[in-house]
Design a protein. Structure first.
Length: 84
């Protein structure tokens, strides 16, 4: 089944459940890192909204550099659509 967003006029991928792991600040990181060497800031592409936890950009980069963290807000696009 394909769902379409009326607000954006775009169709989304097939609906599926994904488990998210978040740090103590509610960002999609496996663990909280107080001093990261690399900080990813962005949108749903950085969060990895539609992919598994181990496939997020943050986790892929962690294979090279273990001190990477993301502070991308999850679900911000829905906030913008409903409030502006």
């Amino acid at each position: 089944m394909i769902e379409c967003s009326v607000s954006w006029g775009l169709c989304h991928a097939i609906k599926k459940n994904k488990n998210w792991i978040t740090d103590k600040l509610a960002y999609r990181n496996n663990t909280f890192i107080k001093k990261a060497d690399l900080l990813l800031i962005g949108d749903s592409f950085i969060v990895g909204s539609s992919i598994a936890q181990d496939s997020t950009l943050t986790n892929l980069i962690k294979k090279i550099n273990s001190k990477v963290s993301n502070i991308a807000p999850a679900g911000f696009d829905e906030f913008v659509v409903t409030n502006f």
